[in-house]
Design a protein. Structure first.
Length: 482
């Protein structure tokens, strides 16, 4: 595959590159310039059906399940190796398409490679077991792939999020239909080439770009899907759950986040500031588990606010390919959303410390924004913004801080910055979140489970725990009469 930006990209169904069923196209915009970047074939519900049929044919053929898991795992690992070999070219595509800094795009592709390496290595560890039931009876449990897995991918990490679910799905022996994000679908097509190159049969990996309310809905509602994996907003996740209920299909959902870092008086402020820079301004805040809130102990509150302000105002802004700190948001719609929330913060009485406005330049840029004196009831504390906006709240002690952190409907991540490990553990046990980071935001890796409490989702991605979602148990009992 040529990893440069082509004028037109087709979808990949049953081992072939195809146009949309009705000839429709989606125009992909360059976030840095707000100009047209490319066009992709627009998948229709009929195209989705064709892809599901192709995946079902692979399941029925037993082409994947009949393989020695070591051999299947080796193919998955090889996909990761190929990603590494082509990392620079693919990262450039990610950066242009999604708008993010090239260094972050390189990290995204590196992370994608790790998923294939990790889950490929884990393929042969999926084992059954024997259950003794006495003489004359043999009983055993067989792990069986779910079958056809639907992957509905978000736009904030368009390459990495495919890898995160496709790698364990293939390792477990499933066939896959992937609906890429219509805003930045280009780097997702890479996986079609990789799957074909390592030897997966036609239909094992199908990749289509389409609108969420058309192709995405058709995939979620399809009655021949065995598992739905989705990352995105709570309202869309609820719609997918309703569709899944109608067909009695399990789901793995990673939904919204409003993650808070608790900062106590004995924390290293320099370290806190560096973590804020990565925690909220990476990918211009378009990260599900971004540090979009801070709860700071009153004794150091103004010192932290001033330090974070100074850092934010030092950040550079420009196109992702030139590796600026603040790069464009993914679309004009997202830019308008972030600007709207900045206005709401001011209207509701939060103190605007810095930023708060669109950047007033070509592309979808928004100033890095910090609000102080935020209270629990304010919308910028309660609602996901998904942009470079940090809300800072004040707390008197650990109990107060934990209460403020837990004051939303979300529970994806939280952090604790303190030199007191007793306090860190006390807070960690009480914070309602799937990931707790102590003294460094984002502690964890490919091997560690990731998912949310409350409305932040159902199930877990990453780690061995994720692999469990992609197969189910079949019990076989045999009675020997003689």
């Amino acid at each position: 595959m040529d990893y440069s930006v082509k004028e037109y990209w087709q979808n990949y169904v049953n081992g072939k590159w195809v146009d949309g069923g009705d000839g429709g196209r989606i125009t992909v915009m360059n976030p840095a310039t707000a100009q047209s970047l490319a066009q992709v074939a627009k998948a229709t519900p009929s195209d989705i059906n064709t892809a599901v049929e192709a995946a079902r044919a692979v399941v029925k053929s037993r082409a994947l399940i009949a393989m020695n898991p070591i051999d299947r795992g080796r193919m998955v690992v090889r996909m990761g190796q190929l990603l590494r070999e082509r990392k620079e070219e693919i990262a450039r595509l990610v950066s242009i398409d999604a708008g993010k800094p090239i260094s972050e795009a390189m990290g995204e592709v590196e992370g994608s490679a790790k998923y294939f390496e990790y889950y490929g290595g884990a393929a042969a560890t999926i084992e059954g077991r024997y259950i003794p039931l006495g003489d004359g009876v043999s009983d055993y449990v067989v792990p069986v792939p779910m079958g056809v897995v639907a992957h509905i991918i978000p736009w904030n990490y368009p390459n990495n999020m495919i890898a995160r679910s496709l790698a364990p799905a293939l390792a477990a022996g499933n066939a896959n239909v992937i609906k890429t994000p219509e805003l930045d679908p280009l780097s997702g097509f890479v996986f079609a080439e990789l799957a074909e190159e390592v030897g997966f049969p036609p239909g094992a990996v199908n990749i289509l770009a389409g609108l969420g309310n058309e192709a995405g809905a058709a995939l979620a509602e399809h009655d021949d899907i065995d598992l739905i994996v989705f990352t995105g907003s709570v309202p869309t996740g609820q719609s997918i759950m309703r569709a899944a209920v109608a067909n009695v299909v399990p789901t793995v959902l990673e939904l919204g986040g409003k993650s808070a870092a608790l900062v106590f008086e004995d924390a290293n402020i320099d370290s806190v500031v560096e973590n804020v820079k990565a925690g909220i301004f990476e990918n211009s805040g378009q990260v599900c588990d971004s540090m979009n809130r801070m709860v700071v102990q009153d004794k150091i509150y103004e010192d932290v606010v001033e330090a974070v302000k100074e850092m934010a105002e030092s950040l550079s802004m420009g196109p992702g390919l030139e590796d600026y700190d603040i790069t464009p948001l993914v679309s004009e719609t997202q830019l308008d959303r972030v600007a709207m929330y900045a206005g709401v913060g001011e209207q509701q009485g939060a103190r605007l410390v810095t930023g708060g406005r669109k950047a007033g330049r070509e592309g979808y840029f928004h100033q890095p924004t910090i609000f102080a004196d935020v209270t629990a009831d304010m919308r910028i504390n309660q609602e996901e913004i998904f942009g470079p906006v940090l809300s800072i709240l004040k707390a008197s002690d650990a109990a107060h801080a934990v209460g403020l952190a837990n004051s939303t409907k979300y529970g994806l991540a939280a952090g604790v910055f303190t030199a007191d490990m007793d306090r860190a553990m006390w807070c960690s046990e009480r914070l309602e979140a799937g990931q707790i980071h102590v003294n460094e935001w984002g502690v964890g890796g490919t091997q560690t489970p990731f998912g949310g409490f409350k409305q932040s989702g159902i199930g877990r991605e990453k780690g061995y725990e994720s692999l469990l979602s992609y197969y189910q148990s079949k019990n076989v009992g045999i009675v020997f009469k003689n």
